[in-house]
Design a protein around this ligand. Structure first.
Ligand SMILES: NC(=O)c1ccc[n+]([C@@H]2O[C@H](COP(=O)([O-])OP(=O)(O)OC[C@H]3O[C@@H](n4cnc5c(N)ncnc54)[C@H](OP(=O)(O)O)[C@@H]3O)[C@@H](O)[C@H]2O)c1
Length: 273
């Protein structure tokens, strides 16, 4: 009743101006809230990855976990896949699964990333480059990664080589594979690089007993941020996904390093399908 009377009365200009200003403020705050919560991501239309970036995707570590789910999802979206991993039987299995289920083309490259920078690693890198020749690779997913098998104090790890292998897989191989894929993307002026980091470096202030793992994943996020700036005006998008747990929230460090947000991004098909 009171509001009705208020509306019928002629309002002074300052009141109307303040009301309009207030409405704009509420709209801007609501938009920001939707953006920060990641809800806008869920609402916006899905990109046609093949058309935006290119017909092929390269995915490392596609034989299990997140990588396998990513491979199946990218194939479902119509991308042909170059599957890079160390176990021929498991590579064959995922290759068959994606081509039979989604009818896409696949190539497999056997590459043990813990050997990168060794002569065998050099041969594997040459095989990867050869496999990529002539392919329109639009998307690269750097997913392969290892953590230490157990929580341990740095000085108590009996196998110091284990750190070296982890560093090779988590950051060295990721860097080399990215460098191998980028020239084609640059030539075509489009592409997307998705690096899988870890919540242990972005969501937590420290990750004790997994110090080397956390440090390698910190490299991945900082590498991604810098790479994004390096290539943003060349048509190449760079994204780093920092997962907290397999079935949990993912924080996506997106487009700009200042725009970091937690999104309700549940990987429903996380494990094997
Ligand atoms: N799951 C989580 O909660 C979580 C949280 C934060 C970050 N992450 C990150 O997400 C990524 C995937 O994790 P996930 O949980 O899905 O792990 P996963 O199930 O163990 O899968 C790891 C993948 O990497 C491959 N890989 C391991 N060592 C390799 C090597 N030396 N050479 C080539 N490929 C190798 C594995 O191949 P094989 O099958 O041959 O072993 C497998 O395909 C990793 O980078 C991980 O650090 C995961």
């Amino acid at each position: 009743m009171g509001a009705e009377v208020l509306l019928r009365q002629q309002q002074p200009w300052w009141f109307v101006s303040l009301a309009i200003l207030g409405a704009f403020y509420v709209a801007a705050a609501a938009h920001r809230l939707l953006y920060v919560s990641g809800i806008t991501l869920l609402l916006r239309r899905r990109k046609d990855l093949g058309r935006c970036y290119g017909a092929w995707a390269v995915i490392t570590g596609p034989t299990s976990g997140i990588g396998r789910s990513m491979a199946l999802e990218l194939a479902r979206l119509g991308l042909n896949l170059v599957l890079v991993g160390r176990d021929p039987a498991m590579l064959h299995d995922i290759s068959r699964a994606v081509s039979e289920t989604h009818g896409v083309r696949t190539k497999t490259v056997i590459f043990d990333f813990s050997l990168v920078s060794t002569p065998q690693g050099g041969e594997a890198m040459a095989r990867l480059r050869e496999a990529l020749e002539g392919l329109e690779v639009g998307v690269l997913v750097n997913n392969a990664g290892v953590a230490t098998p157990h929580a341990t104090y740095l000085h108590e790890e009996p196998d110091a080589e284990a750190w070296v292998r982890m560093i090779r897989v988590n950051l060295w191989a990721l860097t080399e594979v990215t460098a191998a894929v980028l020239p084609g993307m640059l030539e075509r002026g489009r592409g997307a690089v998705v690096n899988i980091g870890s919540g242990s470096t972005e969501a937590l202030p420290s990750y004790p007993l997994y110090s080397v793992y956390a440090a390698t994943k910190r490299y991945v996020t900082q590498f991604s941020r810098s790479l994004y700036v390096e290539y943003r005006d060349k048509g190449i998008d760079v994204q780093c996904q920092v997962n907290i747990q397999s079935c949990g929230l993912a924080i996506i460090i997106s487009e700009e390093n200042t725009k970091q947000f937690v999104s309700p991004y549940f990987f429903l098909s996380w494990k094997n399908i």
